[in-house]
Write a protein that binds this ligand. Structure first.
Ligand code: ADP
Length: 362
């Protein structure tokens, strides 16, 4: 069932189109990550959904109820929207204990004290903060403060939870733990969540679907696998992970691409070329893990090409090489057991690539 529907939404600041004719459907119990560079309109979109910003145009439905419509003149107040919001900077009351911070929205809603206590204790348990009830925010770590902010957003049983870069102030290890924690809580409570981030690894790790945003619009939306394996534009391919972008000519009835006149690469099977595109010039993206290196003792065959190592970066779990083959340079991700030196000649094979030219269709 659709939990949130956004139709034709626009928000301008003077000449700046922060959100530009945006459409979005979100299902109940789904975690959508919105990924995009700084200034792409992510926070403005969240503020429009929460009712903090007043959009110029469009409609927003939450649980099938219209909460904003420019045409019908509907603008439900932020308090009446049943939306929880967690910000990057936690925004906790410094003079209130953990308990009081979390109980605050219940107090405002005049929930009786006994019920308040039960709810706060339940929520503290959900976020794993049972033992920190009486502490003040400055007596908590960054991760604990963010748990309090999350608990405060969850306490009113929101229809929708909005997370605006909630983990970006935490160090890398803690961020990873919190990603897992938030995902567990979201799945346990079947929460519908929009999580804004500029960290693609975080989006990949947490989301059911990812929307890539730029200049106020969603460029592509899909599962992490779809976004990673079949980016439809150069922007998406460059934004999610590492890619080598090259131009080539379609071959083999549209099943492959010929690069630099000699390197033949299969297209991923999900890609279908229409008849008019055969023999056409296209732009392609190759993931570094789809190229494999072999030493010169390997028996050559028609799927192996000659190259030379020109750069090598040790990344711990893998090594990132740059290889040169005639006029092209390719990035290759290789297991650390396979060690090559800069300047060494190698063979390489290319497993598959995707076409990211705008004319392409999936
Ligand atoms: P993101 O969250 O992706 O970094 P924002 O939604 O904050 O992007 O901003 C989108 C665009 O709108 C940017 O160009 C930003 O400068 C502009 N913008 C955001 N808020 C305001 C504001 N209150 N007044 C004027 N311009 C704004």
């Amino acid at each position: 069932m659709e939990k949130l529907q956004i139709k034709n939404l626009s928000k301008y600041f003077g000449e700046t189109k922060a959100v530009d004719n945006l459409f979005l459907d979100l299902y109940e119990g789904e975690l959508l990550a919105i990924l995009g560079p700084s200034g792409s309109g992510k926070s403005t979109l969240l503020s429009c959904i929460a009712g903090i910003e007043n959009p110029n145009q469009g409609e927003i439905y939450l649980s099938n109820k219209c909460i904003f419509s420019s045409l019908k003149g509907i603008q439900t107040s932020p308090e009446a929207r049943k939306i929880g919001f967690v910000f990057q900077n936690y925004a906790l009351w410094p003079h209130m204990t953990v308990f009081a911070n979390i109980a605050y929205p219940l107090k405002m809603a005049k929930v009786p004290i006994k019920e308040r206590k039960e709810k706060v204790n339940d929520t503290l348990h959900t976020v794993g903060l049972d033992s920190k009830t009486h502490r003040y925010p400055n007596q908590l770590s960054g991760g604990e403060q963010q748990r309090v902010a999350l608990a405060r957003a969850l306490i009113m049983n929101p229809d929708l939870l909005l997370l605006d870069e909630p983990l970006s102030n935490l160090d890398a290890k803690l961020r990873e733990n919190m990603q897992i924690e938030i995902r567990k809580i979201q799945q346990k409570l079947n929460l519908t969540v929009i999580h804004v981030t500029h960290d693609q690894a975080e989006a990949m790790a947490m989301a059911d679907r990812i929307a890539i945003m730029d200049k106020g619009a969603i460029l592509q939306m899909g599962t992490p696998k779809q976004i990673y394996e079949t980016p439809k534009t150069q922007f998406v391919a460059n934004f999610v992970g590492t890619n080598t972008i090259l131009s080539g000519i379609l071959t083999d009835n549209g099943k492959g691409v010929l690069i630099d006149g000699s390197i033949d690469i299969k297209l991923q099977s999900s890609y279908k070329v229409n008849d008019s595109m055969k023999d056409e010039h296209v732009c392609i993206a190759i993931r570094p893990e789809n190229i494999h290196l072999y030493n010169m003792q390997h028996t050559p065959n028609e799927e192996l090409y000659n190259g030379k190592i020109i750069n090598k970066i040790y990344k711990g779990a893998y090594i990132m090489y740059e290889i040169q083959s005639k006029k092209i340079t390719l990035r290759v991700q290789s297991h650390p057991v396979e060690q090559y030196d800069i300047g060494e000649k190698i063979y390489f094979s290319c497993e598959s690539c995707v076409v990211i030219d705008k004319k392409a269709g999936y």
